[in-house]
Write a protein that binds this ligand. Sequence first.
Ligand code: PTT
Ligand code: SF4
Length: 608
Amino acid sequence: MAGWQGRILRIDLTRRKYVVQELDAAVARDFIGGRGLAIKILWDELPPGVDPLSPHNKLIFAAGPLTGLTNVNMGKLVVAAKSPITGGYGDGNIGAWAGVYMRRAGYDAIVVEGKAERPTYLYIDGKGVQFLDASDLWGLNTWATEDKLQKMHGRDAGVISIGPAGENLVKYAVVVAQRGRAGGRPGMGAVMGSKNLKAIVVKGSGEIPVADRAINKIGLEAVQQGRGLPGYNFWMRQGTTSTVEWAQEASVLPAYNFSEGQFDEFEKIGGAMVEKMEVDLKSCPLCFMPCGHWVPAEGGTAEVDYENIALLGSNLGIGDLSKVAELNRIADLMGMDTISLGNTLGFAMEASEKGLTKEYGSKIEWGDYKAARDLALDIAYRRGFGDLLAEGTMRASKRLKAEELAMQVKGLEVSAYDCHAAPAMALAYATSPIGPHHKDAWVISWEVKTDRFGYTREKAAKVIELQRIRGGWFEAFVGCRLPWVEIGLPLDWYPKLFKAATGVDATPEYFNEVGDRIYALIRAFWIREYGYWSRELDVPPPKWFKKPLTKGPLKGAHLDYGKYHEMLSHYYDLRGWDESGIPRRSTLRRLGLDYVIPVLEKYVELKD
Ligand code: PTT
Ligand code: SF4
């Protein structure tokens, strides 16, 4: 099986045992790897309705056949589990040497189950697994953990760890690698914490078998072309952060808990300011277009990306990059998702403005950076009001009777695009397979350029097209999608690289079908875990329908509920799902998911 190592490392923390399992060739063909492999394992093996923070949940680190092979940004790794914040499927895609070394150590994936009796970290290499005491690491932030483990095991060790937020089961805790790469927005860090697992340390220096050694040459040619593309130099200067200026211009920059799409002080936190203040540039492994821009923060330096800036800056009314960077730094050190954190703080500010937080003795005003910083730490340590906010906005808003202020879908907070006037982006959020993250369909740039206000079938089709490529191809063969998205590296490099790695003559149609299979199985997983399904679960937050923008060129804009549902019906129809968003029997059969049918029939009525 060229391309794949053909081996999955299975670790049971309760029994302190591990085994190496062969990767089934049919699973590799049908699901490729990464997210595909993760959902297949979770579907097949999790007891339905399992508590995500119980020992029975499985935490999966899954590479794909391209991971670790070329410099076309293939240093990425999917981290997945049943999510504690949504109760459905959760994953993230983190840049980490641990993923590259995992492949070089001879594994395509690591699956961790059970719960260690006391704080533990895993040392993994080609020879096996050691279960090591992490008592001295427990309580340390992610950077200190990584530093300490690298001092002990060498700089050639890849480390993925959690911080205090993961230990304290904050529902949006992430895992962190490379001091600043953070992955698994829907609480993958909390799942790791629930297992008493502080870190995994991975070493590996073996070969990854490939079908054709020309892969190096093909990779180099792709990189050369990438470096010569017109957008490359600007990208190198500002990375994702130039999106601040773009979003302001397009009125989609979240401001004041997504009440507005523009922020008066955007220039103080935008890409140009990042370029001016930058002190360092870092990247994920094997990347030719680094996007980790580091700027001074109050307590040190921090990496800033667009999402972090928008949600910890404009969304809170904070127009000062070093303050935003400090909030970002705290999130990285504590191991908390910046997107959910920014949403949660914005929610707290709006709830406070409306006098809804009095019972917690908490008052936090727009733009109050000091209060935001203190509250972020309270969340990580689950102190006072922070304990409630550590549950995320869906749960906190129910407690405060402030549901209409919570910018969430299925329990996860939305990422940084205001959708008052972006119906397709709202659809992308609402139908994302992990909850509302832009990763699966960043349709908004297309929407802003084409038809801003329509609710058309064409938009539903565009969302699916992007979901197939971003959520299917890139999450299954596992590589960074930004060369294609941001500088326009042609997509046809990827089938070529895939063929050289695996020998499989993969067409775009093959990747698309794998993507559809993954999407249908993920949807089936949600239905099984929820025990029901309703199209109301695929609807964006009420604020975008009910509270129009009050400022800017799009003043008065808001989503239309009836038209949104028409577009959602188009989406379901194009996917082969019924009017409730449940995959049809015929769709499941076409995708080779016949085994899903009898399971779903226990919970919902399936249509043909
Ligand atoms: C990613 C999500 C994003 S998406 C951002 S900024 W972005 C936030 N970054 C965080 C951070 O930083 N610190 C923190 N404590 N929490 C954070 N939460 C947010 O996490 C990320 C990059 C980015 S930066 C993007 S768009 C692309 N995402 C990819 C993806 O999803 N798939 C893929 N195949 N390639 C991708 N390439 C890009 O990767 P999640 P990372 Mg990622 C400081 O983790 O869970 O997917 O959430 O992890 O290694 O940091 O890469 O403007
Ligand atoms: Fe990582 Fe950015 Fe490079 Fe992608 S472009 S591999 S996210 S550093």
